[in-house]
Design a protein around this ligand. Structure first.
Ligand code: ATP
Ligand code: MG
Length: 783
């Protein structure tokens, strides 16, 4: 690639000083809308720059303007700028904004993206240095877990006691710290029954034979390559003359190392972030990275931004009040010259359904402009939840009333069974080594290649040190299968030969190849012949999948895209209210925001509190701060007294964060279901009359507080409370082997059942007998 011709790059650099002078005369309208501090951050182009500032102060705007300034002044060409955003959605937005500000088509910003997408690009160029081929597959969590399960079983470890998910978590955390198996410190040696490091090594070896990488590998491999090959690192250091990073507070160690390696030469690195918005500690993010910036880059230019341009006075006041509850923070001044606006509204509901109904009605009110304000488009409204299981109530309600919504980052199209099957075919056709994908479809649709036949294929592959597809070819040639199995396996192997050739020789478009694969493999017919009610929908989805390919140059590009997207892509034709998790809402803003489910145990989440105690609560509080500061004009916080989580009623208490809201910025509304208010609360009440008596909800301290607030807003200092009461009569039905969670002891596996008592072995060590009503199924725990 001549892009990588260094002579060329240096010549360009020489010329640039002249072109810079010539370009310097170009108008800079994008600077005019910035305040002096932002301008300083934008115009200080050389050397390290840090913008550490509160929510909505225009960090992302300044960062985007900085890119425009680099381009506009001719200081850098688009491909010399490395810009990192947290999500693909943010990357797209930034690209669009850069184009908009320059007022012309930017010839692409090839190196603007997420850490993962940027690392994939680099890794494809040097894959062989870590034992992969450049067409390696990116595994999703599902594949990852399946692979780990195989390894765990091969070691004769009981996967019920030592679940693959746990191993995945441990390995991920090592990768987040950029530790290869050799670098894992001895202090972690006892993890996963003393087998963690060994399994990590095996797992990496398996990935290599599968020509695959998981998400953590994308960074780990690139960092490994940079560290082992200074010449390659230098190429990139020279190439990326300017580095910009948004949401720097949420970088993990591997990402931090990656950035430091790339910036260590020219040091033109500009990072922006907010320590109060660090919300990915649970995934290995280190807020210390941002706090240490000046040490890492001595002489850094530090810019403070204090004016919030996003939110009204009351919204900002409420957010600041909550975040003040955290002890470990830098503390920053934030002010706004926006109008006071409406106070943050607070409302308690009878249950989760009531909450969803009420919010649905409110959204329609905003949409119609019946609240004494101008009509608000659905695109300008968002519901931000703590746990994705909260979304279902809203989805159900909105489907019932015909309110358009989009779920961002929720269960996605690409996670559906038929889509995953189809993509597994594509994956094998693109990369014949992809054994996981091959396993998925070797007998889907059913073609008589049962477990036994698959074992024979596996064995042939292992013995000959080849991929499963090649193993299958050997089995076809050498026999060992029934005539039927052999015949259909032969067809499949020949099919892949044809499809791979079709992809490589380019005679057909990749869309035609995709259709060919789905037809010739019998997959489309399989759903055509299926008489279940879901079959037509699945066929529709397959059509949609082929449609989605149109946007890509080839199948590999498409597969890569799918494995990288975290946000739900939808047509932007009709306005829709957005539903997403608080985590996914980082960096975004909406005129109208609803924050439901502010209940202890749900938010702050029980798991965060159990696993990391006070630190966990502080991270949850930052999440509350992120939530409130997404709102521009209207923010409504709500909680429910009763919540049905996967079929079990639970009595909830208002979140401790509710009591931390400064009363002067809050308007307490009365609960509709309790005072005969709107939207059918009465029916709900009769439905739940007996539950109510049992739960005795009104006497809970959280509710009393609500009532006292209605009449004059008493501030009651928050005190430690029992976070979650589980309805004692709704005893869940557990069996041996079930995974459960206990508020105090964490996750464990049921090993015995005696009437209503369970014997549980906890992952953190120890076995206990516990009343079934005191635990929840592990996957019911909000997170
Ligand atoms: P967050 O911490 O949530 O990521 P941020 O600091 O990145 O926020 P931006 O998203 O860049 O903030 O800006 C918040 C809002 O303020 C945006 O609507 C942006 O257009 C607007 N804004 C930023 N700077 C200015 C300015 N100087 N004048 C007017 N509006 C501004
Ligand atoms: Mg931002």
């Amino acid at each position: 690639m001549n892009d990588w011709d260094d002579t060329d790059a240096f010549e360009q650099a020489e010329k640039r000083s002249l072109s810079q002078m010539a370009m310097g005369a170009r108008p800079t309208p994008y600077l005019e809308g910035l305040n002096p501090a932002q301008r300083e951050a934008v115009e200080t182009l050389s050397g390290p720059v840090l913008m550490l500032a509160g929510a909505g102060t225009g960090k992302t705007k300044a960062l985007t303007s900085r890119i425009v300034h680099l381009l506009n002044t001719g200081t850098a060409r688009p491909n010399e700028i490395l810009a990192v955003t947290f999500t693909n959605k943010a990357a797209r937005e930034m690209k669009n904004r850069v184009g908009g500000m320059l007022g012309e088509m930017v010839e692409g910003m090839p190196w603007l993206g997420t850490f993962h997408s940027l690392c994939v690009k680099i890794l494809r160029r040097h894959a062989e240095l870590v034992g992969l081929k450049s067409n390696f597959t990116i595994l999703d969590t599902d594949d990852q877990i399946r692979l780990m399960k195989q390894l765990i079983e091969a070691e004769h470890i009981d996967p019920k006691r030592w679940p693959p998910r746990m191993l995945a978590g441990i390995i991920d955390s090592w990768k987040n710290r950029a530790w290869t198996p050799l670098k894992v410190p001895a202090s972690d040696g006892a993890l996963f029954n003393h087998k963690g490091v060994d399994l990590y090594e095996q797992y990496q070896a398996r990935l290599k034979t599968l020509n695959a990488a998981d998400f953590g590998d994308l960074l780990l491999h690139v960092v490994t390559i940079f560290q082992a090959h200074p010449d390659i690192l230098q190429q990139y250091q020279r190439w990326f003359k300017y580095i910009l990073v948004d949401e720097y507070q949420d970088t993990n160690v591997a990402q931090y190392l990656w950035l430091r390696l790339l910036a260590s030469n020219h040091k033109n690195i500009c990072c922006v972030g907010d320590d109060d918005q660090s919300i990915y500690g649970w995934r290995g993010a280190e807020v210390g990275n941002i706090l240490r910036f000046e040490k890492d880059f001595p002489g850094a230019h530090v810019v403070k931004l204090e004016q919030n341009y996003r939110s009204t006075h009351h919204i900002l006041g409420a957010a600041s009040g909550v975040i003040n509850g955290n002890e470990n923070r830098l503390g920053k001044t934030l002010w706004t010259d926006k109008k006071d606006g409406d106070k943050v509204r607070l409302i308690g509901h009878w249950d989760g359904e009531e909450e969803a109904r009420w919010i649905g009605d409110e959204i329609e009110n905003f949409q119609r402009g019946t609240r004494g304000h101008d009509a608000v488009s659905l695109d300008e409204m968002a519901i931000l939840v703590r746990a994705s299981h909260q979304m279902r109530a809203f989805e159900d309600r909105f489907l019932t009333i015909g309110l358009n919504y989009r779920v961002i980052g929720g269960p996605r199209f690409y996670e559906r069974m038929e889509i995953r099957d189809a993509m597994a075919y594509f994956r094998v056709a693109v990369s014949n080594e992809d054994g996981l994908a091959f396993e998925r479809i070797v007998n889907t649709p059913k073609r008589g290649i049962g477990d036994k036949a698959q074992q024979i294929i596996n064995q042939a592959a292992r013995e000959n040190g080849v991929s499963l597809l090649e193993g299958a070819r050997i089995v076809v040639e050498e026999g060992g299968l029934s005539a039927r199995a052999r015949n259909s396996l032969k067809q499949l192997v020949e099919g892949f030969d044809r499809w791979t050739t079709a992809i490589r020789d380019g005679a057909m478009s990749h869309i035609e190849v995709a259709e060919l694969i789905l037809d010739e493999s019998g997959y489309t017919d399989h759903w055509k012949n299926d008489k279940t009610p879901e079959a037509p929908g699945r066929l529709e989805n397959l059509k949609e999948l082929v449609k989605a390919l149109e946007e890509f140059e080839n199948l590999q590009g498409f597969l890569e895209h799918v494995s990288l997207i975290m946000d739900n892509e939808q047509e932007a034709d009709t306005p829709k209210v957005s539903i997403m998790t608080l985590h996914a809402a980082k960096g975004l803003e909406f005129p109208v925001v609803f924050l439901p489910g502010w209940e202890d145990g749900l938010f702050p989440s029980q798991r965060a509190m159990d696993e990391t105690g006070q630190k966990g609560v502080e991270e949850e509080r930052r999440l509350a701060y992120v939530g409130i500061t997404r709102a521009e004009e209207f923010c409504t916080i709500s909680f429910a007294q009763n919540r049905r989580v996967y079929g079990q009623w639970q009595t909830q208490m208002a979140s401790r964060f509710v009591d931390e809201l400064p009363p002067e910025h809050v308007d307490v509304l009365s609960a509709p279901g309790l005072y005969g208010g709107t939207s059918g609360g009465a029916t709900m009440q009769s439905d739940l009359a007996d539950k109510a008596a049992k739960a005795d909800a009104y006497s809970s301290p959280g509710w009393k507080r609500m009532q006292s607030r209605t009449s004059g807003m008493t501030v009651i200092p928050s005190k430690p409370r029992k976070p979650l009461i589980i309805d004692a009569e709704a005893v869940p039905d557990f069996g041996i082997g079930d995974r459960v969670n206990h508020g105090k002891y964490g996750n464990g596996t049921v090993i015995g059942v005696e009437a209503d008592k369970l014997s549980i072995v906890f992952d953190g060590g120890g076995a206990k007998k516990i009343l079934a009503s005191f635990v929840q199924a592990e996957d019911e725990v909000p997170f």
